[in-house]
Design a protein around this ligand. Structure first.
Ligand code: SAH
Length: 347
């Protein structure tokens, strides 16, 4: 089977080229063609010898997922349903912030975390995505943006799946995207969001990358958290916060806590007080997420007034917070709404 070049971080591609009797420089040339010039035909890579182009043609490929369906929201948000080589499908979203073009990447086909409020877990995990497939999500969005003279500037791994449940492929993907001689998305422009896998947080802290980490907290106490997030029965808040502390002490960047406001579940002022007591002492700040309705789920969005009051209370108690801006609700592209819902779509 041909090897997909999208699978290789630069150091790995250098090794691969050495094994082919080429120089490391060959790998850097390929990186420039693929990620800087955005050329995917080996034939067109004219500074590579003809003989080696023939080897590339016979042993390697640059396969991308297929765009199965495209949906454009009224606010410019774009959602792609992508089909992988084995027929698996995942969604990828492009959000246009004033500071740049942000791609929300899926990391798995389905998800096993089972959060009670999220649509993505309605399909159980079938498999983790390969690095090349995640690279493909961003690469395809970038090709579309290039038609408008723009490019992808930020990546958030907040689509379907739990990224730390697919750790090794995730890190390969990040290294490809972050490579200065290639796609060159700065570490500070990349964010990974986890529901709180403590072993993943510990490993991530040792990678030596200045990538952002977001943690889906969603509750101020184990009691409430266990009701909405099964992962809370594996790691309690004490374990989770100790991991955050270790991460910060190891030189990681400031952590963001994500907190969905669910009406009557976790949105009282008492919850805000409990939350501020819980995270005081970390450098973290809180990103409040208005709940996006999912038809199969019993939850309701907190009223805007409640969201404001909750935010004000946190601020008053010295916790920095922001309310997340929403994108693409009219095409089910907002947080927690991603799922593969294509059965009725026409091909
Ligand atoms: N598994 C990772 C990545 C998914 S990120 C994680 O849990 O962090 C997507 C973010 O959206 C998470 O914070 C998730 O909890 C949140 N989310 C899930 N369902 C949502 C919904 N219906 N409305 C708003 N946010 C939701």
């Amino acid at each position: 089977m041909k090897k997909n070049l999208f699978e290789y971080p630069l150091p790995a591609l250098e090794e691969e080229m050495l094994a082919q009797g080429q120089t490391r420089y060959r790998a850097r040339q390929l990186y420039e063609w693929i990620y800087v010039k955005r050329i995917l035909s080996f034939e067109a890579m004219t500074d590579v010898s003809k003989a080696f182009r023939a080897t590339l043609e016979s042993d390697y490929c640059l396969d991308l997922p297929r765009i199965f369906r495209r949906q454009d929201a009224s606010d410019g948000t774009l959602k792609l349903l992508l089909e992988m080589a084995d027929g698996s499908k995942v969604e990828t979203v492009l959000m246009r912030y004033d500071y740049g073009n942000v791609v929300c990447v899926s990391s798995e086909v389905g998800c096993n975390m089972g959060c009670a409020f999220c649509a993505s877990g309605l399909l159980k995990k079938e498999r983790g995505l390969q690095a090349s497939e995640m690279v493909g999500e961003v690469y395809l969005m970038n090709q579309l943006l290039a038609e408008e003279g723009e490019r992808v500037s930020h990546i958030v791994v907040m689509g379907t799946g739990e990224p730390f449940d697919n750790y090794d492929e995730l890190m390969k993907f990040i290294r490809v995207m972050n490579e200065a001689k290639g796609f060159a998305i700065g570490a500070r422009h990349i964010t990974v969001s986890t529901c709180g896998l403590v072993d993943g947080i510990d490993k991530y802290g040792k990678e030596g990358l200045q990538i952002n980490l977001a943690i889906s907290l969603h509750a101020p106490s184990d009691e409430i958290r266990k009701k909405i997030m099964p992962i809370a029965s594996r790691y309690d808040l004490k374990d989770l916060l100790a991991a955050v502390k270790r991460y910060e002490d190891a030189g990681g960047r400031r952590v963001t806590f994500e907190y969905i406001l669910l009406k009557g579940v976790n949105d009282s002022l008492a919850c805000a007080d409990e939350l501020s007591d819980l995270i005081r002492g970390t450098l973290a700040y809180v990103n409040l997420i208005p709940y996006n309705p999912v038809k199969e789920k019993p939850f309701e969005r907190s009223p805007e007034k409640t969201v404001r009051a909750f935010a004000d209370r946190l601020m008053k108690r010295g916790v920095n917070c922001t309310v997340r801006k929403e994108f693409g609700t009219d095409i089910d592209a907002a947080c927690g709404q991603l799922r593969v819902k294509y059965e009725r779509a026409k091909k």
